[in-house]
Design a protein around this ligand. Structure first.
Ligand code: N01
Length: 539
């Protein structure tokens, strides 16, 4: 260990929801000496980067897509809409950072270029692109589940000379679409949120669609003062409900399809569609993600809605999704299908008319050429595992994460990795992460990590490490849970299927509340599935 190296108890990578809460908890509640690093120019993580037009939380949001632990924070923040906008989430996180004076312990615009475990010192050493090195006993990776941009590599795409933006790396300066022919590639949450907004300004929008999607109406609306006051008054109960019910306070209606006639089921779908948000996805019938026939019925219902909304039958035909409803990330929109009724929006179905190449001014498909001035890549991310692999920490014996995860993304509890002592992930693969309320998930994960660190300190231990056996058992449990559903039958980023060559594996724990009970049970059993090392002298 060199003398001039900065020494900390913990280093946190990332200052999004998970990283900011971790910094607050470890520094202010545990009294640890903590330093955080972030490549961005400010706090916010995904909300700092994803500022494309129309960006909003794609889940039931205000005021639940927020920290839950502080009633003062709940009382002082004014949410204004039911589906929170990116600007509003970012402002909230900036407020959180100010309120707890977090920025003084974060180094922004700083990439952590290397992280290596020193077995003798029982500590992690990191290097940054600013030439700094630092060491800490604990490395907290809050690196983001949706960060590493997926860039398509069509022939000639680099020759395109117009403006080109990925939704996940949107410029901070205003982008004008006025008078421009804009090509949008990708129809996931980002593309579907952005397309109606871009169409408001652009001369023409050409959407290049690879997979048609089931999108549900978000029905975003202003949040009334009465609603907000009600939420604040009931916050303790709501927080408890969120913890018990998969991260959201709403009671999921458990209905059996066989108790209802097809007509009654259809009436239920209609009501839930009208209600909007994710209600159709979570509140129709319990078995919708397990029973193929039932799923086909809901899928057909949504296809019927698309046919009703989109006036041109040929465009409507191209927009018909054909995977199992709900097995890709559920998308919520504000006027997506309606946008295809505008004269300045057209659709290219890449399955019928694939892209052949780009020129400096156009996209050439098998059946024609589309001149464009701007290309918006809404092509998603190397989700869940990409940022950890980007960091590529080196664990015991110099083993890199890229080697460890070459064929399979093994973790124990979604928070730790065998061979990588004292490293913890927030929202890592096989945690409920992306399927849970991420701010609450981050809080709860951090509290478990805190318990773990207390345990080490109390017992005068220097290192904790998951066993391979525990990780294997955990991986089987996650696979078994997913295999009881229709999720693995669809090519989605949950399965790693959007990235060529990525090992195919369901990357999330499907039962969030049960997961946190499991974490607690592991802690109560003396951190079952882990091995410990006594604290070495001088470590
Ligand atoms: O990315 P996606 P996203 N040629 O992977 C297509 C979260 N999010 O940025 O389906 C042509 O979902 C790809 O096609 P296919 C949210 O969880 C959150 O939209 O792979 N097309 C797909 O249509 C979301 O799920 C908020 O066949 C290509 C699209 O690009 C996640 O981020 C807001 C292509 C990518 O869709 C990712 O969403 C927005 C190619 N080479 C997003 N490669 C919040 O509110 C890919 N595509 C928190």
């Amino acid at each position: 260990m060199t003398d001039n190296m900065h020494q900390y108890d913990a280093i946190i990578i990332g200052s999004g929801f998970g990283g900011l809460y971790s910094l607050h908890h470890m520094r202010d509640l545990m009294g640890l000496n903590v330093r955080a690093f972030d490549s961005a120019g400010g706090v916010g993580g995904t909300w700092w980067y994803n500022r494309y037009p129309g960006a909003r939380v794609d889940a039931p949001s205000s005021p639940f897509y927020a920290y839950t632990f502080s009633n003062d924070l709940v009382n002082e923040w004014e949410w204004t809409e039911t589906q929170t906008s990116q600007a509003s989430v970012l402002a909230y996180l900036e407020h959180f950072a100010d309120r707890f004076d977090l920025c003084k312990d974060i180094e922004f615009e700083t990439w952590v270029t290397d992280a290596t475990y020193d077995e003798t010192a029982q500590r992690w050493t990191i290097e940054t692109d600013k030439g700094e090195t630092a060491s800490a006993q604990f490395l907290i990776c809050a690196v983001g589940a949706l960060f590493v941009a997926n860039m398509p590599d069509y022939p000639g795409i680099d020759d395109f000379a117009g403006e080109c933006y990925h939704t996940g790396r949107w410029p901070h300066e205003p982008v004008s679409f006025a008078g421009k022919r804009v090509g949008v590639m990708g129809t996931g949450s980002s593309g579907i949120q952005a397309i109606p907004e871009i169409a408001k300004q652009a001369e023409h929008v050409t959407v290049f669609q690879r997979t048609p999607q089931y999108s549900l109406p978000a029905r975003n609306r202003p949040l009334s003062e009465e609603e907000l006051t009600g939420y604040r008054e009931d916050w303790d109960d709501l927080r408890e409900s969120m913890r018990r019910r998969g991260g959201w306070p709403f009671k999921t209606i458990r209905r059996r399809a066989s108790d209802h006639t097809p007509e009654e089921r259809h009436a239920i779908y209609e009501t839930l569609w009208e209600e909007g948000g994710i209600h159709l996805a979570i509140n129709s019938f319990s078995a919708v993600l397990m029973d193929k026939d039932l799923n086909n019925e809901v899928s057909e219902f949504v296809r019927g809605k698309i046919r009703e909304i989109v006036k041109d039958p040929e465009t409507a035909r191209k927009l018909m999704p054909d995977y199992y409803f709900g097995t890709k990330r559920q998308i919520l929109d504000n006027g997506y299908y309606e946008a295809y009724n505008l004269d300045n929006v057209s659709l290219v179905d890449l399955r019928e008319d694939p892209i052949q190449s780009f020129s400096s001014t156009s996209v050439r498909t098998e059946q024609g050429e589309q001149p464009i001035d701007m290309l918006v890549l809404a092509t998603g991310f190397d989700a869940v595992t990409g940022s950890m692999l980007n960091l590529n920490p080196k664990g015991r014996g110099g083993l890199s994460l890229k080697q460890k995860w070459e064929n399979r993304f093994d973790t124990y509890l979604g928070t730790t990795i065998a061979g990588f002592p004292n490293l913890f992930m927030i929202h890592g693969p096989t945690s409920p992460g992306v399927l849970y309320t991420m701010p609450l998930g981050g809080e709860r994960t951090m509290r478990w990590i805190a318990d773990c660190i207390h345990h080490l300190k109390e017992q005068n231990l220097g290192a904790i490490e998951a066993t391979d056996l525990a990780a294997e058992k955990w991986g089987r449990e996650i696979d078994d849970m997913a295999n009881q559903t229709l999720y693995p039958l669809t090519d989605s980023w949950y399965m790693g299927a959007n990235i060529p060559g990525k090992p195919r594996q369901f990357l999330a724990h499907l039962r969030g509340s049960q997961y946190f009970d499991q974490l607690n049970a592991v802690a109560e059993a003396g951190f079952e599935g882990f091995v410990f090392e006594a604290r070495r002298k001088g470590a």
